[in-house]
Design a protein around this ligand. Structure first.
Ligand SMILES: NC(=O)c1ccc[n+]([C@@H]2O[C@H](COP(=O)([O-])OP(=O)(O)OC[C@H]3O[C@@H](n4cnc5c(N)ncnc54)[C@H](OP(=O)(O)O)[C@@H]3O)[C@@H](O)[C@H]2O)c1
Length: 313
């Protein structure tokens, strides 16, 4: 099969299109013929950074990728719930080796769900890691009707789902993004928009119940803490909470924590239900091919993605 392999950690020049064997599946896995995959900022971080090479151990060749939508072409002996021909989507093995940058991928049956019929494989691939990243911690903190929620990086892959999910839970949503993304984030259902290029959100907002913090800018998390009311919550998606940030959160009586997505077929089933009902609408801004993977990585590295970047297979 065709796959994108990473020869060594580093720049995009280390990607190579190669012919590799179709993966063998274990008893609890299915073999998916990939139709579309999505990429995330973490794909570029893992590609570049030798310090995360532990993820791959001594497994070679390195094949990146966690998000997939496709069709089942083989089923492990212990798998009851899926059959050949089923269209499925999910997040595989995060933060380990997902290996979705390929024409076929072995997927644990426990990590996937049936793809809703009303959306394309591209849209389904978009609605995987980026959705679970916010669905899981929002549920954990018990987001509820009437909560005032600030979604940072609201126009990106995670943020555009965070806005839609927070609205679904009945929150009042304030979206933080650049001028160019105003119409987009408002079309997702945001109640208010703050333009981070021209407004200082930390001076304008107060009494926020929940901040979805997904911005890398130095010092941003401390500023996010300033807008949260006592008893409120900050979910950090970008980085672990530093000692200084934790101290400030404690002083203000805020629950601040880092949350990492975990693959879950049950959660994917919930996502499938929301997609089927049109409650969640994935936005695909760019579509590349496997051959264009280097360009796709250079694109997501810029940090200004709108919705999701998809690789069509
Ligand atoms: N913890 C986890 O499990 C997990 C999982 C997935 C992602 N993440 C993290 O979550 C973050 C977002 O991921 P993503 O997939 O949504 O990334 P993305 O699709 O690349 O989107 C990033 C967004 O950030 C916006 N942005 C940049 N600077 C900003 C600022 N100062 N204020 C507000 N928005 C700003 C950009 O829009 P503009 O054009 O408006 O600047 C862009 O839309 C990343 O840091 C990623 O590493 C964590």
């Amino acid at each position: 099969m065709k796959a994108v392999i990473l020869k060594e950690h580093g720049g995009v020049e280390n990607f190579e299109i190669a012919q590799v064997p179709i993966p063998e599946i274990k008893q609890d896995e299915v073999l998916i013929k990939t139709k579309a995959i999505s990429i995330n900022p973490a794909d570029a971080l893992v590609r570049e950074n030798k310090s995360v090479a532990w993820i791959f151990g001594d497994q070679r060749p390195l094949i990146l990728g966690w998000d997939v939508s496709g069709e089942i072409v083989a089923v492990g002996s212990e798998v009851q719930q899926y059959k050949i021909g089923d269209e499925v989507f999910g997040v595989l093995h995060h933060p380990g080796i997902g290996r979705t940058y390929a024409e076929y991928v072995a997927a644990p049956a426990a990590d996937i769900a049936l793809k809703p019929r009303n959306i394309s494989h591209q849209e389904a691939a978009a609605a995987t890691l980026a959705v679970l990243t916010v669905l899981q911690p929002m549920r954990k903190v018990g987001i509820k009707k009437g909560d005032r929620v600030l979604v940072t990086a609201a126009g990106g892959g995670v943020g555009h789902f965070a806005v839609q999910l927070a609205k679904y839970y009945g929150a009042y949503v304030i979206a933080l993004a650049s001028t160019a993304k105003k119409d987009f984030v408002m079309s997702l259902g945001a109640d208010e928009f703050i333009d981070y290029q021209h407004q200082a959100f930390y001076r304008e907002l107060h009494d926020i119940d929940l901040v979805i913090h997904a911005v890398r800018t130095e010092g941003h998390l401390l500023r996010s803490l300033e807008v949260i009311k006592k008893g409120g919550t900050l979910i950090s998606l970008w980085s672990h909470i530093t000692a200084e940030e934790q101290q400030r959160a404690t002083e203000k009586g805020i629950h601040a924590f880092y949350n990492a997505i975990v693959p879950s077929g049950d959660d994917m089933k919930e996502v499938a239900g929301l997609l089927e009902k049109g409650i969640l609408k994935p936005y695909v801004s760019k579509v590349y091919t496997l051959e264009d993977i280097a360009a796709a990585h250079l694109d997501i590295e810029k940090g200004h993605t709108q919705g999701k970047i998809i690789i069509n297979i």
